[in-house]
Structures are given as C-alpha cells and as structure tokens.
Design a binder for this molecule. Structure first.
Ligand SMILES: C[S@@+](CC[C@H](N)C(=O)[O-])C[C@H]1O[C@@H](n2cnc3c(N)ncnc32)[C@H](O)[C@@H]1O
Length: 249
C-alpha cells in the first residue's frame, strides 16, 4: 500500500485540474466568509497541499505570515511563491513550529490515522484568541457515509472515513474544540469525476458490487441521478470555524 504522501506526490501534478473543489473560488469563499472580520495574524494551512486555499484567503484578508504545511513534497512544489512551505506531518508539529492565530484544515481529516489527535496537536499550536477553519465534504446521513466510505476505500485505502454533519461536530467537540460559526452548502459531484481523481484503479467487479449495494433509500438521501453512463449525487460542504473550548485553554 502506498502512503498518503506517496499518493499525493503522484496526484500533485494535476491535482488542481482534476479536483472540482480544491481550486474553486466559491468553496474557498466560504472560509473567507467565516474569517472575514478577523485579523488573521500568523496563518497555518495544515495539510495545505498546493496552497490554493491559503493563497485565496490571504489574498483577500491579508496575514502577517503564511505557512503551508504538508507531508507531500509533490503537493508543496505547487505552492505559490511568497508562502512559506513546510514539509512535515501535522502530527509532528511541536513548539519549535511556533504559534498561529489562524489555522486552515480543509479536506485533510479523512486521510489521517487519528483525527482527534490531529485536532489536539493543532489546538496546541493555536494562539490564545486563535481560530481554526475546518472544511470537510460530508455525507447526508450515516448510511450514505458508509456507502461512500466503501467507494472511497476502493479507490484509496488512505481515505479512511466519511463523516456526516453530526459525526463531524461530535469529533470537534470530543477534541476539545467549540464551534463558533459554520455553514452547510450542497455539493454536487459525479462518480466519474471522483474516479478520475483517484490514485488507484478499481477492479470492475468491485464497481459492480458497490453499485449493486445502492438502495432506493441511498439514492434518495444522496439524490443520485443517472447522467449518461455515470452517476451524479449530492453531498454537503461543512465549513466550521472553531476555537479551543474554555476548559482546554
Ligand atoms: C485532499 S488534499 C487537500 C489539500 C488542501 N487542504 C486543499 O483544501 O486543497 C489532502 C492533503 O493533506 C495532506 N495530508 C494528509 N495527511 C497529512 C498529515 N498527516 N500531515 C500533513 N499533511 C497531510 C496530503 O498530502 C494532501 O496534500
């Protein structure tokens, strides 16, 4: 099995081209909206990949210093000039990395081994009045999350989980964080587009099996539509602005 960083090193060259959200101004604008009345100070984009989100946010709101941290050198090689690149796993962050007033964490938590630990490590790097933006694509309900998880794991064992709004909020609160503001926005995706972003080919018989497990309830929860030979479905973006809960400060 290839590691997370090896998978993203392979995907890096056309990552932004293939993704229908990573370089979307509309999706990035949701983070700007949540952060808009703040002084971003020193900003860390954790698992920031090619740095599109950090660049977009800082381009609109400004920041004293911007660090894009990622364990994939391939992804970091696409970070725009002017942003500091740090090649490191989030789990390895410590006091020597300093403190940040703003942390961005978008579409990373499903790749890490222990998401609560990652949130705790990042909380430890957050200045006293700092905030963290957590953005994740979530499923409408637990049954849809289970189905999407099976599809995701077939495409990459590194994609470890799919949340629902409730389970993501539960993770946030279990990790000692409080939700300050947030939004949920519908996100329409297509299976063919998801497959094209995958690092690994899925055995056609496995596809057949997975598609055979689609129930009418799932089709309705995810608003699954047949488009030509493919499937289109509706998920949600959860955009959360969180702070360290008072008991943890
Ligand atoms: C789906 S991409 C998201 C990139 C970026 N945050 C964005 O919104 O476009 C996930 C990124 O997280 C990075 N990543 C995953 N686990 C990580 C970890 N434990 N430490 C650092 N980076 C990690 C991957 O290398 C990859 O660049």
């Amino acid at each position: 099995m290839v590691s997370n960083s090896e998978e993203f090193d392979v995907r890096a060259s056309d990552y932004q081209l293939r993704s229908n959200w990573s370089s979307s101004p509309e999706v990035a604008a949701a983070a700007v909206q949540l952060l808009t009345d703040r002084d971003l100070g020193s900003l860390l984009d954790a698992g920031g990949g090619t740095g599109f989100l950090a660049d977009y946010v800082v381009g609109r709101l400004g920041a004293a210093r911007t660090v894009v941290l990622d364990e994939s050198l391939g992804m970091l090689s696409h970070v725009p000039p002017g942003l500091v690149r740090v090649a490191k796993a989030i789990e390895a962050l410590d006091a020597s990395d300093g403190m940040f007033d703003t942390i961005l964490l978008r579409q990373v938590l499903h790749y890490v081994e222990d998401p609560a630990d990652v949130l705790r490590v990042l909380s430890g790097r957050l200045a006293a009045s700092g905030v963290m933006y957590v953005g994740q694509i979530v499923a409408p309900d637990p049954v849809a999350a289970d189905w999407l998880q099976s599809v995701a794991r077939a495409m990459s064992p590194n994609r470890r989980r799919v949340w629902t709004p409730v389970s993501l909020l539960s993770l946030i609160s279990r990790s000692g964080l409080s939700l300050t503001r947030g939004s949920i926005v519908p996100h329409v995706d297509a299976l063919s587009s998801w497959v094209s972003r995958s690092a690994q080919q899925v055995d056609p018989r496995e596809w057949e099996r997975l598609l055979g497990t689609l129930t009418p309830e799932l089709c309705s929860a995810m608003d699954i539509q047949h488009r030509g030979a493919g499937l289109q479905y509706r998920l949600y973006w959860m955009h959360c602005l969180v702070t360290v809960a008072p008991a943890r400060k």
